[in-house]
Design a protein around this ligand. Structure first.
Ligand code: 2JP
Ligand code: MN
Length: 247
């Protein structure tokens, strides 16, 4: 019999894609943040989670950066997230590839929409590889930061969460965004299974991951604005050129 979760719209129904894109455009233009639940549907989500767990046990993840621990006593440094980059063509990542294609479909359609302007004023043509991240519990966290503080071309951060039955009250791991538009409020986003979060990558959205006390998996994609990216690449090439001359 159909479990209730099977009743949720999944993206492959045309209606689902259209409706998701409308939500995305509206929320991004209004808040700069958008959260969509049941993005892939339970079965597909579990298949992605299994692939990530296999990658993890196969040792694909590099040690996360060391974050100085608060208690200086036993100067136990807490590791932040451990990450692995996936471009989707590797062996054994077909479900992660499926996720990447689904997000591409939503972003591409949303960027083409005419109603209340495109997605911001961006022209989105490419993205990064998928950054698969794992927080190993034991208080690992990510300090407050901006993803793209210096116009490197990234305009949208997109994070897909894989944590089944996650309870923030006991496991922490909250994503807290401090949208600059609202000085008094924050956006607290629980990293729950099959949830996808989008937000502008620049200084409008400083964010942090609060200490996690259970293994916490997430897959991040960053989408580039074509113009900002082109300028950033040119700047980078000029910098390399002047460094070469100075050497
Ligand atoms: O997992 C979440 O809820 C978000 C975590 C997060 O912000 N991760 C992250 C990870 C990063 C890794 C390298 C460089 C920049 C980075 C910026 N942000
Ligand atoms: Mn970040």
């Amino acid at each position: 019999q159909l479990d209730d979760h099977m009743l949720y719209k999944t993206i492959d129904e045309e209606y689902g894609l259209e409706e998701m894109c409308n939500n995305l455009v509206k929320d991004m233009n209004e808040y700069g943040v958008c959260v969509l639940d049941n993005f892939l549907g339970r079965q597909k989500g579990i298949e992605v989670l299994d692939e990530v767990k296999n990658m993890y046990s196969a040792g694909y993840f590099k040690d996360g950066q060391l974050v100085a621990s608060k208690d200086k006593t036993n100067n136990r440094n807490i590791r932040g997230d451990k990450i692995a980059w996936v471009d989707g063509k590797e062996k054994g990542v077909s479900n992660i590839r499926f996720l990447m294609n689904q997000v591409d479909a939503v972003i591409t359609l949303a960027n083409r929409m005419v109603n209340n302007g495109k997605l911001g004023h961006y022209k989105i043509r490419e993205r990064t590889k998928a950054m698969v991240a794992c927080y190993e519990g034991k208080g690992s966290h990510y300090v407050k930061h901006v993803d793209n503080p210096n116009r490197d071309g990234r305009c949208i951060t997109c994070i897909y969460y894989l944590n089944v039955d996650w309870d923030v009250s006991e496991s922490g791991g909250l994503l807290r965004i401090f949208p600059d538009g609202w000085s008094d409020r924050v956006a607290d986003i629980e990293p729950i299974f099959d949830r996808i979060t989008f937000f502008w990558s620049d200084r409008r959205n400083p964010h942090e991951v609060q200490p996690a006390h259970r293994t916490r998996y997430a897959i991040t994609l960053w989408y580039f604005d074509a113009n900002e990216r082109e300028l950033a690449v040119r700047r980078y090439q000029r910098d390399c050129e002047s460094l070469r001359k100075a050497a």
